[in-house]
Design a protein around this ligand. Structure first.
Ligand SMILES: NC(=O)c1ccc[n+]([C@@H]2O[C@H](COP(=O)([O-])OP(=O)(O)OC[C@H]3O[C@@H](n4cnc5c(N)ncnc54)[C@H](O)[C@@H]3O)[C@@H](O)[C@H]2O)c1
Length: 327
């Protein structure tokens, strides 16, 4: 493929996630090159731009409007997602927006409406677990009936330490939102109710434990999210069915015996655990965006996850189960 045929990508937000996407797009994903980047931290922007030979854009809006940018990755903080995705839709450009699609359901509904008005699918939401080899096998096993009818799921989502700007609502809306997206994707059933509790009543209220009802309660899921788990990044999922159980195996490649201990290493953070998923997601997105389209989780999926997250946040505040309106 010649330079001229490569999808010209602009990336907004160059922190842990955005910088990782820039490296993946430049080194591991065919068919694209990063031509422009923007971050409010100008020093960071210059450094990342220099590493891949991209331009630094003076603003996110300027990058999106740039005629030499074909498609956009948004990896700036959550509150920027919906406004910048709307700007991409207005410019008619494919966009990979990191999760969540927006903060609250009014924002995500606005994105869905704007995409509908644009008349074509341009929005991909960065729910990369849908591209993780382990989750894909798990889904195939569940939907293929390998363990009979699913009845229970157990999900665990732990980080070593919270993002400095983490909030109680964000534990649901930014972190648990991965599970809120993946549960319907794994089972083919919509979320119909949620209850979220935490043993902490003040400060950053975590760990959080949710009971999520799928398909009217035919299937129940537990979800633990603990951002301050200290020991590393650990994501687990087990599906219990009428004929057996199936679960993700930790993707460690090595058993290490040393200093009187033997075992598997735990990933330090999401970049290590989901490296393959991010690359697969970006590869699929570049292929879709090159045809002017989208892939993976849609704006509607992002909106649906936001609806369930809003119910979860309400449950945490009220201490009661909250019904989730049908999609
Ligand atoms: N899919 C995933 O697994 C995953 C993992 C981590 C983060 N994320 C998402 O990516 C986003 C960024 O998370 P992160 O961990 O990289 O955070 P981060 O704090 O490491 O990086 C955020 C970056 O955005 C920049 N920034 C702040 N305001 C901006 C603005 N208005 N315009 C442009 N840049 C701005 C900051 O300077 C910083 O460089 C979040 O929305 C998060 O939900 C997704």
């Amino acid at each position: 493929m010649s330079q001229a045929e490569l999808l010209r990508v602009g990336v907004v937000g160059l922190g842990a996630m955005g910088a990782e996407h820039v490296v993946a797009l430049s080194e591991h994903v065919p068919g694209a090159r990063v031509v422009a980047v923007h971050d409010v931290d100008a020093h960071r922007a210059r450094k990342v731009a220099a590493s891949v030979g991209a331009r630094v854009a003076g603003s996110a809006e300027g990058l999106i409007a740039d005629a030499e940018v074909d498609a956009v990755v948004i990896a700036s903080p959550d509150h920027t997602h919906a406004p910048l995705t709307l700007a991409c839709l207005a410019a008619g450009k494919p966009v990979l927006c990191e999760k969540p699609l927006g903060v609250g359901v009014a924002e995500t509904a606005q994105v869905v409406a704007a995409e509908e008005a644009a008349g074509r699918q341009l929005v991909t939401v960065g729910f990369m677990r849908r591209f993780d080899p382990g989750y894909l096998e798990l889904r195939e096993a569940v939907l293929g009936g390998r363990v009979g009818e699913p009845v229970l799921l157990h999900c665990v989502h732990r980080n070593a330490s919270p993002h400095p700007e983490a909030t109680t609502e964000g534990v649901v809306g930014n972190s648990m939102v991965h599970e809120l997206d993946i549960l319907p994707w794994l089972t083919g059933l919509p979320v119909t109710g949620i209850e979220v509790r935490s043993p902490r009543t003040e400060g950053l209220r975590e760990p959080q434990l949710a009971v999520v009802e799928l398909g009217g309660g035919r299937v129940l899921a537990t979800v633990e999210v603990f951002l301050s788990a200290r020991y590393g990044y650990d994501v687990r999922c087990e599906v219990v069915g009428t004929e057996g159980a199936v679960s993700l195996r930790p993707p460690a490649r090595l058993d290490v015996a040393r200093d009187g201990r033997a075992g598997v290493a735990v990933a330090a953070d999401f970049r290590e655990r989901f490296a393959e998923a991010y690359r697969a997601e970006l590869t699929a997105w570049v292929a879709a965006a090159s045809r002017g389209g989208a892939t993976g989780a849609s704006a509607e999926d992002g909106h649906r996850a936001a609806v369930v997250a809003a119910a979860g946040i309400e449950s945490l505040a009220t201490g009661r189960r909250v019904a989730v309106p049908p999609g």
